[in-house]
Design a protein around this ligand. Structure first.
Ligand code: T5A
Length: 213
């Protein structure tokens, strides 16, 4: 039996890492996972050894090594191809569950809506990188832009976060459109972490992908 693939998406600072940790505690005893299945936590970029090297180049490139938008798109696609082939698909084939902080929706929102790269080209690359693998459920943490900026005020920005408010606003709109198009579970993220966690639990418990036969 194939495992399940869960993804958290949203703009920077929407709380994915915080919720991933809470899900890691709850999911194994939730009654949703079959006996014997392991939960694997991962993220993009950086879910494989190659991906960790790409992540460093993407988010903290040395001077004069920042990728142009097209190179950036290809690097995220390379990270995803390696992640899917070496980590996600083997785990799912064993019947395990995989929970990823970001997946291909992020490329459509950041490189598509944010950078303005061609959507058809991004969809072609998505097919190559994922080899047809789609998440069983994507949870979109819906956070207003101002809240994202306030949450990240004290933190050093990486290269993508430093793109500024207009860029992030286009990304946020992109996520909103994708969530509707791809039938993602919408989780209001501008509330206390415990409330966000409860909303995620409700979404998963009621989701068709997790009904036991
Ligand atoms: N990217 C990625 C692309 O451009 N294309 C792609 O294809 C992919 C896959 C990844 C960057 O790469 C880009 C997107 C990103 O810019 P990253 O470090 O993984 O870089 O960046 P983020 O995913 O944005 O990680 P962040 O750590 O910034 O955000 P999280 O994980 O969503 O948020 P989290 O949980 O770390 O929380 C942020 C802060 O808010 C607080 C936390 O304590 C923390 O201080 N917080 C809350 N505060 C109040 N209420 C709540 N409910 C809170 N939840 C968390």
């Amino acid at each position: 039996m194939r495992g399940r693939f869960l993804v958290l998406e949203g703009i920077d600072g929407c709380g994915k890492t915080t919720q991933l940790r809470q899900l890691a505690e709850w999911l194994p005893d939730s009654g949703l996972m079959p006996d014997g299945a392991t939960l694997h936590l991962t993220r993009e970029p950086g879910g494989s050894p190659l991906g960790r090297a790409l992540r460093e180049l993407l988010l903290h490139p040395p001077d004069d090594a920042a990728p142009c938008p097209e190179a950036e798109l290809l690097m995220y696609a390379a990270d995803r191809a390696q992640h899917v082939q070496r980590r996600i698909r083997p785990a799912l084939e064993r019947g395990d569950w995989v929970l990823s902080d970001r997946f291909s929706g992020s490329t459509l929102a950041y490189q598509g809506d944010g950078r303005g790269l061609d959507r058809a080209l991004i969809l072609d690359l998505e097919r190559i990188a994922t080899n047809g693998l789609m998440p069983d459920v994507t949870l979109w943490l819906d956070l207003p832009l101002e809240a994202s900026i306030a949450r990240r005020e004290e933190r050093a920005e990486d290269r993508i976060e430093a793109e500024g408010q207009a860029f992030l606003s286009r990304v946020a709109t992109g996520f909103q459109v994708l969530a509707a198009e791809r039938n993602w579970a919408v989780i209001p993220a501008d509330q206390r972490p415990e409330e966000v966690h409860k909303a995620i639990r409700r979404a998963l418990e009621g989701h068709v992908a997790f009904r036991r036969p």
